[in-house]
Design a protein around this ligand. Structure first.
Ligand SMILES: Cc1ncc(COP(=O)(O)O)c(C=O)c1O
Length: 374
């Protein structure tokens, strides 16, 4: 068996004629930057997510940075977020000169624990050094964070909510799609993400017309009426036409892929829940299943045993952000966020992509069981 952690080749084989045609069209018209594919994709993305605006950009990191820039976040500001995420979430906060304030996670969903948010915001205010201005909940592994608890609290504390939907594109929360759950959202189209392009890509989503216009300007060096009329400091954050063309083709196949991810996750859970802790999905919520992650006290042994029989796995994340050297200056040592730290020692992500065959899933299940029982 040749099990892939994420199988982009199988997807390409299925979509090859359409993808080649879409890329060929770009090669023929030659508008590699801001070609017609970009606007078309933005219309399709906004319709899919259900927001007024979708603004494509160079990466998920770029989407986060541009959203924070549009809120004028800068030095002296604090933005609350999870320590159990990819570094890009916190990095975006630091890149605009603000300070990430970490809040521990819920041990069942691995997302921000909303019960800790009020205290965290109040503590920042009491310390008086920073001003809490915003909040970035992360929809980890594809599972939307607890927005029903988060949004009223954020409103009470006057914090904007920037949804980090980098891993959750296609997820649902009480009938709404991820990307529409905060005032603004950022997603990533990194190749291994649920919807991925053939390079780097990302998008910002919002219903706020003024914010969208601001972000569109930031995306092209702070342009005003045109590229050589600059009304603010921006950056080069555009998505290439070739990536947009590829994503339109993949988006057309995405809904079916999401359904397959659901049935793969169900098969994993049925096979594994008696042996390891399997993901818990709250009522009313659907994960996009960027990752299927289990918890086991024997994580390292299980990973080694799976590797020995050719099953690739990954540890997301071996070190929470407050323990990374990049954030040593915050002075937050071990024990600062006990839930995130405990989960980082026990978590293991199994292969997850819509082209996993039933016999491959059963092989993985059988070997996980064997590994935890020896
Ligand atoms: C939670 C999270 N936020 C942000 C990003 C950044 O996305 P990109 O790699 O497209 O810059 C990622 C990507 O891995 C992510 O997982």
């Amino acid at each position: 068996m040749n099990i892939q952690f994420v199988d982009l080749k199988k997807q390409f084989q299925l979509l090859e004629p359409d993808i080649r045609q879409a890329i060929d069209r770009v090669l023929e018209h030659g508008k590699f930057i801001m070609g017609p594919e970009v606007g078309r994709l933005e219309t399709e993305l906004a319709r899919f997510v259900g927001t007024r605006h979708a603004i494509t950009c160079a990466s998920g990191t770029c989407a986060l940075v541009m959203a924070l820039m549009a809120y004028n976040v800068g030095p002296g500001d604090a933005v609350l977020t999870s320590p159990f995420t990819f570094i890009a979430t916190a990095e975006a906060i630091s890149l605009v000169g603000a300070t990430p304030v970490f809040v521990d996670i819920d041990p069942r969903t691995f997302n921000l624990d909303p019960h800790l948010l009020r205290d965290a915001a109040d503590r920042v205010l009491e310390q008086g050094r920073l001003c809490p201005v915003g909040l970035i909940p992360v929809d980890l592994f594809g599972l939307p964070a607890d927005y029903r608890a988060i949004m009223p609290l954020a409103a009470e504390k006057c914090l904007f909510v920037l949804e980090d939907a980098a891993q959750s594109f296609g997820g649902r929360y009480y009938g709404r799609l991820t990307g529409s759950l905060g005032q603004v959202a950022a997603t990533s189209f990194f190749p291994a993400k649920p919807l991925g392009c053939y390079g780097d890509g990302g998008a910002v989503f919002t219903d706020d017309d003024a914010l969208a216009a601001h972000i569109r300007s930031i995306r092209v060096h702070g342009e005003g009426q045109d590229k050589y009329h600059n009304v603010r400091v921006g950056l080069n954050g555009r998505m290439d036409s070739i990536q947009a063309a590829t994503l339109s083709v993949k988006l057309a196949a995405f809904t079916k892929e999401l359904e397959t991810r659901q049935s793969i996750a169900r098969r994993y859970t049925q096979g594994l829940s008696a042996y390891v802790e399997t993901p818990r999905i709250p009522d009313g919520v659907t994960s996009a299943w960027a990752q299927y992650s289990i918890l086991t006290d024997r994580r390292d042994q299980v990973q080694a045993e799976l590797q020995a029989v050719g099953i690739p796995t990954a540890v997301y994340y071996p070190k929470p952000l407050h323990l990374q050297e990049a954030y040593a200056h915050l002075g937050l040592g071990p024990g600062s966020f006990p839930v995130a730290e405990a989960i980082s020692r026990r978590i293991l992500s199994l292969p997850m992509h819509p082209y996993l065959e039933d016999d491959e899933i059963d092989f993985i299940i059988a070997h996980v069981i064997k590994a935890v029982e020896t």
